[in-house]
Design a protein around this ligand. Structure first.
Ligand code: SF4
Length: 243
């Protein structure tokens, strides 16, 4: 007769397998759908449970936020405010929130005691950017996502080689992660922006491509990849939010 521990383990394995099969089936279906249909199906599917959107309110964020607002405007939207964001990003957040009718935007910031302990001079981004991203972004995201079962994000496969292989639905630790725009091209994003007359991030017209924290974001030159302005000169391409 199996012990309790053996049966617990068997149950756990069965649950993991079931989740993996469901994710595979969703990915097969979602690859053929428009992002709006993906979002519509996901918010109604109990598999995703309580869902939030995580947005940087950056250069291309308006597209996902517009889609979410058109499907379910009460969806919680989390902005991780690292306390190192451009003032223009916070103004843009305010503008988009009101123009799109997003009803539940939550600003998640690092704990004062963590900043005082690990980055009292505010210069950690220069000496240890990975640690800075952990304190100011990933730990904050973990706390912000704690009440939720799943989250949506706006990454696209065309943005980088790391992102080129991501799935629309993934497991992310204890959460399910949904990336409805994964297979959209840069042209489709631009066309959607234009069709819906979405306001651009104010820094785009000043030469920025991808917009994050001000110490780690620089302008991009003609012909450069948009994300090349992030952590320029470092062997770092992601903040750690997308593990
Ligand atoms: S992007 Fe730069 S400033 Fe922002 S959290 Fe990461 S290292 Fe710190």
């Amino acid at each position: 007769m199996p012990s309790d521990r053996t049966s617990d383990f068997a149950r756990e394995i069965a649950a993991v397998r079931e989740t993996a099969l469901k994710i595979a089936a969703l990915n097969e279906r979602f690859e053929k759908l428009h992002p709006r249909d993906i979002i519509e199906e996901a918010v109604q599917d109990p598999f995703f449970g309580k869902m939030a959107v995580v947005s940087s309110f950056g250069a291309e964020s308006a597209v996902l936020l517009h889609l979410v607002a058109s499907v379910r405007p009460e969806t919680p939207v989390l902005l991780i405010d690292t306390l190192k964001l451009f003032g223009e990003t916070l103004q843009y957040q305010n503008r988009l929130q009101h123009s799109l009718g997003l009803e539940d935007v939550r600003i998640c910031a690092p704990r004062k005691r963590d900043i005082e302990h690990h980055d009292p001079l505010g210069t950690l981004s220069a000496s240890d950017p990975d640690k800075c991203c952990r304190i100011r972004k990933t730990d904050v995201l973990d706390r912000g996502l704690a009440p939720f079962d799943s989250w949506m994000n706006g990454r696209k496969r065309f943005q980088s080689s790391v992102r080129s292989v991501m799935s629309i639905v993934e497991r992310d630790g204890t959460h399910i992660k949904l990336t409805p725009l994964a297979n959209w091209s840069a042209e489709q994003i631009k066309a959607y922006h234009k069709e819906h007359e979405l306001p651009p991030h104010p820094l785009l017209s000043r030469g920025y491509g991808s917009i994050g924290c001000y110490p780690c974001t620089s302008k991009v030159e003609e012909g450069e990849d948009d994300r090349s302005g992030r952590w320029r000169g470092l062997d770092k391409t992601e903040c750690g939010i997308h593990r």
